[in-house]
Ligand binder design. Structure first.
Ligand code: MSP
Length: 655
């Protein structure tokens, strides 16, 4: 974040609506929310943007697989994201959807402007495309000639007319921007890979597609009704259309963004494409693009197939939203990958939150109640505790820079040092003995010291744990406000008269029993804790007649379509394989290798229909790419292809 500016604009990525939110989405959003809350408390006019990314081939496919229109599906999942952020009390000022009308208008205006500037030209794209990542890759970057270098899934070969953005034109300007702005990419260490990419691999970018239509159409003036915009052009522009770019411009004075928060996997889009688009649009560039690392679970990559994806709602419901926020922000240095385990979370809750923070509040309540009937004055704190106050103030002075450098874990670590100073002061000065020795002034100064430290810590921690901190603040009788922030943090003043109120323990100890069952996996424990949120299906048996049961969603992960075989040939030197061209109603035919040569001749297959698994990862067989599989049944009498009883329209989905 930039220092001392009036308007502060913070963004999260907009999330694809092909799936519900997981811990990664919650992480980015919580960091953004923390920064926004901090910025507001400091006194900046702050705007936090989040939302959903709803166009593109991936969403169209997910919707189709569920028998919904893309818009119906997007409405449903976008609604779930929004409901989760509301549930998490994310303080967003706007939730943008790329299907919003004014966004689409803004995107078309941007396209026209880039075109008028001579930055867009028409050509033909031939290359590989990863649908899950919505990314084009040159062949040189593929793994084993066909797999996505990012997510390892199979790419598809795309050959279509396309408009291109002259990205290569911006190489020098981009390099100069990185050079002149050492903190434009955070953590700084991430900049090298971006600079190398720009120096070595920058090519013009295909920015329109014609093989599907779920996207923003090109502006009418282009007269290209078959083209929709590449989803990343559409998506990145959300950061400006949200402020009214191309429509009412009403919040454009928030531009440029102070910080775009992103995960490391989408840094390239934000640190290369986005600034180049902005240069083309003659708009100022964002101040910072900050890329966080990825979360694993118990040391393993999370995936739906492993069933180990951390559901943020389950965790927050089971352990408390603020504890979860604290854990996410404290556990991992920003930019590095982190591991989620219940053990680590419980440790943080019991140790940092229970022992250090919660216990300190209990001690304040206990001592102020017992010795001073809950009324304490700060008048002698300077006199008896200048040393501790100086130590605390030195720490406080260092804190701001941790926020500006996105070292949020360090920010928290340092605040915890102030809590240690308070806890240590109690041990060192033994207020119970001071009371016995009739040194009431000294005892009062001590209780006031720790109450002031706690109050300062509360102001500093409000952005991290806004709900629990409100409870602490009300127990201490202070308000979390910019005025108090200025007084206690900036001017380093003390609270004059303190009136303490009792509250229940804020972070009750979570029992170790949760963890002391080695035979129960961590995953199982979590599911047990949150059983009330489990859906009914998950409680049903996993097997039937010796078969593993799947849900209807599992079934729909396989797309089976009716296709017509339009070409069939023998594969040279293979006794089993035929090489087929199958029409599945797409804008190209699929090449499929089938081990059916012993049972069918090539010529008898041409013009017949078959059932094809259409979303199988492509593989290479005997040097030929195979992009699907025909369904067949084989018994002792031989093999038969499975076909519809009566001819069906090409591309019809089997369900
Ligand atoms: N729609 C694009 C972003 C467009 S922004 C103009 C997109 N969406 S996403 O839903 O796939 O991912 C959103 C964010 O979640 C990314 O920042 C990504 O890094 C983050 N994460 C996805 N899995 C993650 C983890 N396992 N851990 C941490 N963050 C991860 O990309």
């Amino acid at each position: 974040m930039q220092k001392s500016c009036k308007n502060v604009y913070i963004t999260t990525p907009i999330y694809y609506v092909n799936d519900i939110a997981h811990i990664g989405h919650a992480y980015t959003t919580i960091i953004a929310d923390m920064l926004a809350r901090y910025s507001r408390l400091v006194g900046h006019n702050t705007y936090l943007l989040t939302g959903t990314d709803e166009h593109g081939q991936k969403i169209a496919q997910s919707a189709e697989a569920r028998g919904k229109t893309p818009k119906e599906y997007a409405d449903e999942i976008s609604g779930k994201f929004r409901a989760l952020w509301d549930d998490f009390d994310i303080s967003y000022d706007q939730f943008i959807r790329t299907t919003d009308e004014n966004h689409k208008v803004g995107v078309q205006k941007a396209f026209s402007k880039m075109f008028e500037k001579g930055d867009i030209y028409k050509g033909e794209y031939e290359g590989f495309y990863c649908v899950p990542c919505e990314t084009f890759y040159p062949e040189s970057q593929l793994v084993d000639e066909q797999f996505c270098p990012e997510c390892a899934r199979a790419t598809i070969l795309v050959k279509e007319e396309s408009y291109f953005f002259k990205l290569s034109k911006y190489e020098d300007k981009l390099l100069k921007w990185y050079e002149d702005n050492p903190d434009c990419i955070l953590p700084r260490a991430k900049k090298n890979e971006i600079v190398n990419f720009v120096k070595n691999e920058l090519k013009d970018l295909s920015i329109s597609r014609t093989s599907f239509d779920w996207g923003v159409k090109l502006p009418e003036s282009m007269n290209e009704p078959r083209h929709v915009m590449y989803v990343w052009l559409d998506a990145l522009l959300n950061y400006t259309t949200a402020l009214g770019y191309g429509t009412d411009e009403k919040n454009m004075d928030f531009w440029p963004a102070n910080i775009h928060l992103v995960g490391k996997d989408i840094l390239r889009f934000h640190a290369i494409y986005w600034p180049a688009f902005l240069m083309s649009l003659d708009l100022p560039l964002p101040k910072h693009i900050a890329a966080h690392g990825w979360w694993t679970r118990d040391g393993e990559k999370m995936s739906k197939s492993k069933g180990n994806v951390v559901n943020p709602k389950e965790v927050a419901d089971a352990y408390g939203l603020d504890a979860f926020r604290y854990f996410l922000l404290r556990e991992v240095p920003f930019g590095q990958d982190g591991d989620f385990s219940q053990k680590a979370l419980i440790n943080r809750i019991n140790s940092d939150l229970g022992n250090d923070l919660g216990n300190l509040l209990n001690r304040i309540i206990g001592m102020s109640g017992k010795y001073f009937n809950f009324n304490v004055s700060s008048k002698d704190v300077e006199k008896f505790h200048k040393k501790e106050l100086d130590e605390v103030n030195t720490i406080i002075d260092s804190l701001e820079s941790y926020i500006y450098n996105m070292q949020i874990n360090k920010y928290l670590e340092e605040i915890w040092k102030t809590l240690s100073i308070a806890n240590k002061a109690i041990t060192d000065y033994e207020p119970w003995n001071l009371m016995k020795e009739n040194k009431e002034d000294e005892a009062m100064a001590l209780v006031a010291l720790i109450t002031n430290i706690m109050s300062k810590a509360s102001l500093l921690l409000d952005s991290v744990m806004p709900h629990k901190i409100k409870d602490i603040a009300s127990s201490l009788g202070i308000e979390i406000s910019t005025e108090n922030y200025n007084k206690l943090i900036i001017e380093k003043k003390l609270i004059d008269d303190i009136k303490i109120t009792k509250v229940d323990a804020l972070f009750p100890r979570i029992e170790e029993v949760l963890l002391s069952q080695p035979e129960v996996s961590d995953v199982t424990v979590l599911q047990k804790d949150v059983s009330k949120y489990e859906s009914k299906e998950e409680l049903e048996p996993l097997e039937l007649d010796g078969l593993n049961l799947i849900t209807i969603d599992n079934f729909f992960e396989t797309t089976i379509k009716i296709g017509t075989i339009v070409e069939a040939n023998e594969v040279p030197k293979s006794s089993k394989l035929l090489i087929l061209k199958v029409d599945l109603g797409e804008n190209r035919t699929r090449q499929i290798l089938a081990g059916i040569k012993e049972f069918y001749s090539a010529s008898e297959l041409i013009g017949t229909q078959a059932c094809v698994v259409a979303n199988l990862k492509p593989v290479k067989l005997m040097g030929y790419l195979s992009e699907g599989m025909l369904l067949a049944a084989k018994d002792e009498d031989g093999l038969s292809l499975i076909r519809p009883e009566k001819p069906k329209k090409i591309g019809t989905k089997i369900s």
